[in-house]
Design a protein around this ligand. Structure first.
Ligand SMILES: N[C@@H](CCC[C@H](N)C(=O)O)C(=O)O
Length: 276
């Protein structure tokens, strides 16, 4: 049976999106990894499965699988692509779409210019909620890596993030430190790892080593986590333009106890089908 899919991206963070509302799709971790494979499959950073609603007061549910097949809780660029997908394929005509994820409900707003704004919820900072092993919550933690130590912030945007500040993003050791911190024993569920260069109080540059995928051109939850970390460090204002290798996201966070708002584009690339 051929499987129909839509290829999408949010600032180059690319997705295979599957319509589990119109078709019954049994997406296993092995199938997700096969679809995501850039040589033997379609190729993407994450696979998104759109499903009927499971949580009260939501219109849809969507599930997220990393390229290695691991199912995860949250995906910022994926949320924006999900919104464009359900609108462009006629599953909804609403501009405001409540959707459930493994991390809880989200509210997505498709703007008149096609950009999508997402209420990403309140970031979690308590170590046990990330999860991160630490005695108490702090804006900086010292993490032993190999023979040295690095300073990180630890933030959950529904999924775990370590954020490191660097002086020059072009020379950041993303591919060297990223995989070591991703699998560090103090992150029992592994973690995404953001390297942030703060340019001024309203602008940062960011590269992200994503859990289960590797370095991507953009990470929406990573952009939110970096804005939260910079704010906690006292170095960023509530409105921050986060420039990733694939483009810029606008993040708004007013501080502790407030939800993070993310705005950016979502692009449909092509539709296709694959024989399994
Ligand atoms: N690309 C995403 C995040 C996808 C999930 C992540 N790799 C994880 O394992 O938590 C985004 O835009 O947020």
């Amino acid at each position: 049976m051929p499987l129909r899919f839509t290829k999408m991206h949010g600032l180059g963070n690319d997705f295979v999106v599957l319509d589990g509302v119109r078709e019954r799709i049994d997406l296993t971790p092995a199938l997700a990894a096969r679809l995501a494979d850039r040589r033997f499959g379609i190729g993407c950073d994450q696979v998104l499965l759109v499903e009927p609603p499971q949580l009260p007061e939501t219109d849809f549910h969507y599930r997220i699988f990393n390229a290695d097949g691991s199912e995860v809780e949250q995906c910022g660029n994926g949320a924006r692509c999900f919104a464009r997908f359900v609108r462009d394929t006629g599953l909804t005509d609403k501009a405001e779409i409540p959707v459930g994820t493994a991390a809880g409900p989200l509210l997505l707003k498709v703007q008149p210019d096609g950009q999508v704004s997402v209420d990403m919820g309140v970031p979690k900072l308590a170590p046990a909620e990330i999860p991160f092993v630490a005695e108490r919550q702090a804006p900086h933690y010292t993490l032993d890596v190999d023979d040295g130590a690095v300073a990180i912030a630890a933030v959950s945007m529904g999924n775990p993030h370590a954020v490191l500040q660097v002086a020059n993003i072009d020379r950041a050791p993303v591919t060297e430190l990223g995989p070591r911190i991703e699998c560090h024993a103090r992150f029992p569920n592994r973690t995404n790892v953001g390297f942030v260069q703060i340019q001024d109080r309203g602008r940062v540059r960011l590269r992200v080593w994503e859990r289960g995928t590797g370095e991507t051109l953009a990470c929406g939850t990573g952009a939110c986590a970096a804005a939260v970390a910079g704010h906690l460090w006292g170095e960023l204002d509530p409105d921050v333009a986060v420039t990733l290798p694939g483009g810029t996201l606008v993040i708004h966070w007013q501080g502790l106890g407030k939800p993070v708002q993310m705005t950016g584009p979502a692009t449909r690339v092509f539709d296709g089908e694959i024989d399994l």
